[in-house]
Write a new protein. Structure first.
Length: 337
C-alpha cells in the first residue's frame, strides 16, 4: 500500500509542536529522528546505546519529523497548512528555524519497519529498562523490563520526556496506587506504572492508532486485568456519567474512577496548561501529578499554571532541554491554609 510521507526539517525544540500539527492535518502516524553527530552531548549515565547508532546527515540542532498520510490525501493542501502553522510558531514561544518541507510516496513495507534499527534496549534507570519485542535481552536480578512494539505510536523510552516520566513514576509509586495516564501513546507509562506496583491504571489517548498500539502492548505484557485503555479527549471520559450494563450485556463502566492517586501526562506544555484544573479535580488529596513534554522555554509558564491551580510543586527533573514536574494536590488539612 502506498502512503504519502511529509517530512519537516525543523529545530529540535519545535518537534513536539510539529508532531501535533501533523496529527491535526490528518497524519496517521509520526516519526522523529534528531541530528546525530559526534559533537552532540548525550546522557549515557544509565547505559544507553547511543554510541552504537550510526551518524546521520541531519543538520545539527535540527530534527526530521515525518508524518504519514493516506494516499488519497491532498498533500499540496497539507503542506500549505503546515507552512502556515510553522510560520505561526513564534506566537506560542517556539521557533522552527530555517525549516524545510518535502513530500514523497512510500510503500508501507519500506517505512513501517525501517525505524526498528534505531530502537534497542534502553536503560531508563538502574532498575528500569525498555526493550523492543523483537530484541533478545537477559534482565538482571530485580530489573524491571518493559517490552514494547510501539508501531506508529509515540513512546519507546528513547525520548527524554518519556524517560523522565518513567523515573518519576519509579520515585512515587510505592504499591497499590491507582494511576491515570493521559496521552498514553504506546502505553509505555501505563505498563511501567503497573510493573512498578500500581494496582489499577487507566490509559487514555485521543488517537485510535495509539489506543490500538497500547492495547496490544499491555496484552503482550499480560496486564489486561490491571490496565484499561480508552479513547478519550484528555480527561473528557471522566466528566461523563458512568454508563452501566446495556441491553446487549456490555458494560462500559471504567475500572479506574476518580479520585486517583497519580496522574501522569507526557504531552505538549500548552495542553498541560489547558487541563490542569481537571487534573486537580480527579486526584485524591495528597495525590501526585507528573507533567512532562515541557520544553525549557515553557518551564515558567507550566510552573505558574500548576501553582495557580493549587498544586504544590515538589520536584522537577531535566534531560537535555526537557523538563518534567512532580506536583502534589494539597491534603485536606493543608487546603486553604
Amino acid at each position: 500500500m502506498l502512503w504519502h510521507e511529509l517530512t519537516v526539517l525543523a529545530l529540535e525544540s519545535s518537534q513536539e509542536m510539529v508532531s501535533h500539527y501533523l496529527y491535526e492535518c490528518g497524519a496517521t502516524g509520526v516519526s522523529i529522528e534528531e541530528s546525530w553527530t559526534p559533537e552532540k552531548s548525550r546522557d549515557t549515565s544509565f547505559g544507553r546505546w547511543y554510541d552504537d547508532r550510526p551518524l546521520n546527515r541531519i543538520r545539527p540542532g535540527y530534527a526530521e519529523i515525518k508524518g504519514y498520510f493516506h494516499f488519497e490525501a491532498d498533500m499540496d493542501r497539507v503542506a500549505g497548512q503546515m507552512r502556515e502553522a510553522l510560520d505561526r510558531l513564534p506566537e506560542f514561544g517556539y521557533d522552527a528555524g530555517e525549516y524545510e518541507i518535502s513530500v514523497r510516496q512510500v510503500d508501507d513495507e519500506d517505512w513501517a519497519d525501517a525505524w526498528k534499527a534505531y530502537f534497542k534496549p534502553v536503560a531508563i534507570s538502574d532498575r528500569l529498562t525498555v526493550k523492543p519485542s523483537w530484541e533478545n535481552y537477559a534482565p538482571r536480578e530485580g530489573e524491571i523490563v518493559i517490552e514494547l512494539d510501539p508501531g506508529m505510536a509515540f513512546g519507546t523510552g528513547t525520548h527524554p520526556t518519556t524517560a523522565l516520566c518513567l523515573r518519576m513514576l519509579e520515585r512515587v509509586i510505592r504499591g497499590g496506587e491507582t494511576v491515570i495516564d493521559v496521552g498514553t501513546g504506546s502505553g509505555i507509562l501505563a505498563i511501567g506504572a503497573a510493573k512498578l506496583g500500581a494496582s489499577r491504571v487507566l490509559a487514555l489517548d485521543l488517537d485510535p492508532v495509539a489506543v490500538s498500539s497500547a492495547s496490544q502492548n499491555l496484552a503482550m505484557a499480560g496486564l489486561q486485568n490491571v490496565i484499561e485503555v480508552r479513547q478519550s479527549d484528555l480527561l473528557g471520559i471522566l466528566k461523563t456519567p458512568e454508563r452501566t450494563a446495556g441491553d446487549e450485556g456490555t458494560d462500559d463502566r471504567l475500572k479506574v474512577r476518580p479520585p486517583a492517586d497519580i496522574v501522569v501526562a507526557n504531552i505538549l506544555a500548552e495542553i498541560i496548561l489547558q487541563f490542569t484544573d481537571d487534573v486537580m479535580r480527579v486526584l485524591k488529596p495528597g495525590g501526585i501529578y507528573i507533567a512532562s513534554g515541557i520544553y525549557k522555554n515553557k518551564e515558567e509558564a507550566v510552573e505558574a499554571g500548576l501553582r495557580s491551580a493549587g498544586f504544590v510543586v515538589e520536584d522537577r527533573a531535566r534531560e537535555e532541554d526537557w523538563i518534567a514536574f512532580v506536583a502534589r494536590k494539597p491534603k485536606e488539612d493543608e487546603q486553604g491554609a
